[in-house]
Write a protein that binds this ligand. Structure first.
Ligand code: NDP
Length: 289
């Protein structure tokens, strides 16, 4: 069993990006600049946003964090997005999800200029992804591909089972794994809460990508020997044993499953750090354009 180490790989990518930033600046280019909008003060969102801002600092990007209270109107939010769209110094814009219920997430996603949509959530970019055209790939699925590539996991001809069909993870990764690319060229089965006989399907997976948000959902009896498992899930639970008082648990019962795997991502330290690294990569790509 080999660990797909997202922490190490993301640090490698950040080092590569920092070198590219130095090169870009020394050749007269501009410093990459990521803007992030955070609405409200949800604990998990605060953690994700501060990790993204810190990562910008680390690689030499500029960053701007715009905060709104959770009662901000949709119109005010849209007008801030419009302002950032027009700001030529800003290369990438992300709006941290989820948003409060009174705000239409799709309306907000569509308001972001697709050329600055470094999260890759805009319908125009999702369409290009599906057609295998150059675009910003959604950061979490892009992080999964990068891990598979750097660890040379064979994907062509394999059966890839994806659990969960969200717009940000399950659905795009199922498209990416089926494209005629490397990584890719899998035969993909996309499963969700209405899927029947999930156990039987996951048992046939050569590559199992799990993104449903239920701690320890995938157990040893659900997978075959030699499977490669990508665990996207993050559930925060209270803990007396950590400094923060919280710990993160994946969707896969890691301890009982790991010995059956050829490869597996840990939680934390797997897909999570890769998501941030790919967001930075997308931002640099936007700057270079
Ligand atoms: P969503 O909550 O949007 O979607 C969950 C999906 O799981 C849905 O498609 C749902 O099906 C499916 N599902 C729920 N129960 C079952 C079940 N019993 N059997 C099969 N499928 C089921 O999730 P996200 O994709 O946004 O997030 C998933 C997890 O990944 C979360 O823990 C989240 O925190 C984490 N995450 C981690 C990231 C990272 O960087 N590591 C980035 C993004 C998310 P249906 O559609 O039928 O309701």
């Amino acid at each position: 069993m080999k660990i797909l180490d997202g922490k190490k790989t993301s640090n490698d990518i950040k080092e590569e990006l920092a070198i590219e930033v130095v090169k870009l600046l020394s050749s007269g280019g501009k410093r990459p600049h990521l803007a992030a909008i955070l609405v409200g003060n949800d604990g998990a969102s605060e953690t994700y946003i501060s990790a993204k801002v810190k990562a910008c600092d680390k690689v030499g990007f500029a960053s701007t964090l715009v905060r709104f209270n959770d009662d901000v109107s949709q119109d005010i939010l849209l007008s801030e997005i419009d302002k950032i769209n027009k700001n030529t110094d800003i290369d990438g814009l992300i709006v941290q999800l989820p948003l409060p219920k009174h705000i239409d997430e799709m309306r907000v996603t569509e308001a972001i200029d697709p050329t600055k949509d470094v999260d890759g959530f805009h319908p125009a970019n999702i369409g290009k992804m599906a057609l295998n055209l150059p675009t910003y790939l959604p950061a979490t699925p892009a992080g999964i591909l990068e891990l598979l590539k750097r660890y040379k996991v064979e994907t062509a001809g394999k059966h890839c089972v994806v659990v969960g069909r969200s717009h940000i993870v399950g659905s795009p990764i199922s498209i990416l794994m089926s494209r005629n690319n490397n990584p890719g060229n899998c035969t993909v089965t996309l499963t969700h809460s209405r899927t029947q006989n999930l156990h039987e399907i996951t048992q046939t997976a050569d590559i199992l990508i799990v993104a449903l948000g239920k701690a320890n959902f995938i157990t040893a009896d659900m997978v075959k020997k030699g499977v490669c498992i990508i665990d996207v899930g993050i559930t925060r639970v209270k803990s007396d044993y950590t400094k923060s008082g919280w710990k993160l648990i994946g969707d896969v019962a890691f301890k009982q499953v790991k010995d059956k795997c050829s490869f597996i991502t840990p939680v934390p330290g797997g897909v999570g750090p890769m998501t941030i690294a790919m967001l930075l990569k997308n931002t640099l790509k936007s700057t270079k354009k």
